[in-house]
Write a protein of this length. Structure first.
Length: 309
């Protein structure tokens, strides 16, 4: 079969032949992949920069999730946790215990574009913490697809205020649902309870310092949840800031969340997508054009979705 194949980290995938997958376990089936999202996490998987990456996994077919059609004609949303065989291929093996049958009429491209963007913050606010209604949330990195959906998720769960923080004022102004916006480096609101951080790196250091110094009550609890590292994998946090405030810094992602936890949340998220609560603009590109897809800007407001050629 054809697939996007990575043979060396840093080179990007190519459209190439790879062995067709086979279902070998009781709960496995082979699906024809119709749509697979090119998420930031997938780019990191393909270039070897993600914390789960290993040279032992090369050659690699990237892709973390997607929508496929099973042998009986049903549509499945599926996720793939680890291994060399991802979703950016003509076919994939899925575990039906960790996959969801989609309703008739579901749009594979829309689901593939939206699901990953929503479930990241959904899991953070339901599994890593339980966001209480009335709390104030700040989204650091709110102009990308995942950040914009984090604003919507926080509002759905009853956040009183949601501040969108990013670099581009025009894109910040277009973030729906935010009660306020701020550029990175601007003074943030002093009464934030939860930060959803998709950037890490220097923006995290700058924003954390400004946030803690502006708080009139240092003992007011603040939970900082890291969900990404698009601005850098390291952040030099001052020790004094951690000791002089009541801040908890945690992460949300593969490892801190189990595959079972991620799969358990999927039906709820898919139900909200079906209701129209969440929608991400998709840019569908055929699988055979994977090199062109990879060349697109990673911070585009649209989510690239590789479709069946």
């Amino acid at each position: 079969m054809k697939a996007a194949v990575v043979t060396a980290y840093g080179t990007g995938p190519r459209y190439a032949d790879t062995p067709s997958p086979r279902a070998t376990e009781e709960h496995e089936i082979v699906v024809d992949v119709l749509a697979a999202g090119l998420h930031p996490r997938v780019r990191m998987q393909a270039d070897g920069s993600h914390y789960t990456s290993s040279p032992d996994e090369l050659p690699l077919v990237p892709g973390l999730d997607g929508v496929g059609r099973g042998p009986d004609g049903r549509l499945w949303f599926f996720a793939i946790f680890g291994g060399r065989s991802g979703s950016m291929a003509e076919q994939a093996v899925i575990d039906t215990r960790r996959s969801i049958v989609l309703p008739d009429g579901a749009d594979p491209v829309a689901v593939a574009a939206t699901m990953n963007c929503v479930i990241a913050s959904w899991l953070a606010l339901t599994r890593r913490i339980a966001l209480e209604p009335g709390k104030n949330v700040l989204v650091l990195g709110a102009t990308g697809g995942t950040g914009r959906m984090a604003v919507a998720v926080a509002r759905l769960f009853g956040a009183a205020q949601v501040t969108a923080v990013g670099r581009d004022p025009e894109r910040l102004a277009a973030v729906r649902g935010a009660t306020g916006t701020a550029l990175i480096g601007d003074p943030p609101p002093p009464d934030v309870d939860v930060v959803l951080d998709f950037l890490w790196g220097e923006p995290a250091v700058t924003t954390m310092g400004a946030l803690l110094s502006a708080r009139p009550e240092p003992a007011r609890p603040l939970t900082w949840i890291n969900l990404g590292e698009t601005a850098g994998s390291r952040a030099a946090l001052p020790a004094g800031a951690l000791r002089s405030s009541r801040i908890d810094v945690i992460g949300s992602g593969q490892g801190s969340l189990s595959g079972a936890e991620m799969a358990a949340a999927a039906p709820e998220v898919l139900a909200e997508i079906a209701r129209g609560t969440f929608a991400v603009d998709a840019d569908p590109i055929p699988l055979h054009d994977v090199e062109r897809a990879w060349a697109q800007p990673a911070d585009s407001s649209k989510r690239i979705v590789l479709t069946r050629s």
